[in-house]
Design a protein around this ligand. Structure first.
Ligand code: G3P
Length: 218
């Protein structure tokens, strides 16, 4: 399973890229606002940092506007994947952009049927928002497992991206459900990397060896 960082903050992207654990980036208008720096500069830095897919979202809500933005966004870099909302206008735009060979990530997906539609229209990625489903007491993992099964039943090639990750548990659920990608906030990636028992164990290994008075092997 690929791991993406869900962030428009180039510093966060750089730190995780240095660890070598991320395969791509997803952004959205809320994350661009949260990053608090010039969005265009942020995207340029992110594209220069990560050699993997970078999803950039359109701001138009009508199909014509979405397509215009998508064509321009896709020219920024070969790694750009255009994010469209899963609305009727988004579906219209998806069909045409697919014919133009522009890779599209259909976002704000909350049901297996929405996922079925976007796969039929040739989406490159589908982004079910797990955290927001769990937040309202729906079972995100059930929806995502249904999407996996539907895609396998019909050999749809659309990649399932587990989005709106809230915790390391979501990442494990994504992997167990056979998602192709999970996109995680910086804080969740940090929690994947660190384990308190690893830190305690390492400290003890080193203090035990120091106390023994032995010389290191090399
Ligand atoms: O990339 C979009 C998605 O991950 C949003 O997450 O936390 O705003 O529900 P969240």
């Amino acid at each position: 399973m690929k791991l993406f960082i869900d962030s428009a903050n180039p510093e966060e992207v750089k730190k995780m890229a240095e660890l070598g654990i991320i395969d791509g980036v997803t952004t959205n208008p809320s994350l661009a606002t949260k990053a608090g720096i010039d969005y265009r500069k942020a995207v340029d830095q992110i594209l220069a940092t990560v050699d993997g897919n970078v999803s950039l979202e359109v701001l138009s809500t009508d199909a014509q506007g979405m397509m215009g933005e998508a064509r321009n966004l896709s020219k920024l870099h070969n790694n750009v994947v255009v994010k469209l909302p899963t609305t009727p206008e988004g579906l219209k735009a998806l069909k045409i952009l697919k014919a133009e060979k522009i890779r599209v990530n259909m976002t704000l997906v909350f049901s297996a049927n929405q996922a079925l539609l976007v796969a039929k229209l040739g989406a490159y990625i589908v982004s079910p928002f797990a955290g927001r489903l769990d937040d309202i007491g729906a079972s995100a993992i059930d929806v995502i497992s249904e999407i996996r099964q539907i895609y396998d039943n019909f050999a749809f090639e659309t990649q399932i991206l587990f989005a709106s990750v809230r915790s390391p548990l979501h990442v494990k659920q994504a992997a167990l459900a056979g998602c192709d990608i999970a996109t995680c906030p910086y804080e969740v990636l940090e929690k994947l990397v660190h384990h308190p028992l690893t830190d305690v164990g390492l400290k003890k290994f080193l203090s035990d060896f120091k106390e023994s008075g032995q010389k290191p092997l090399v």
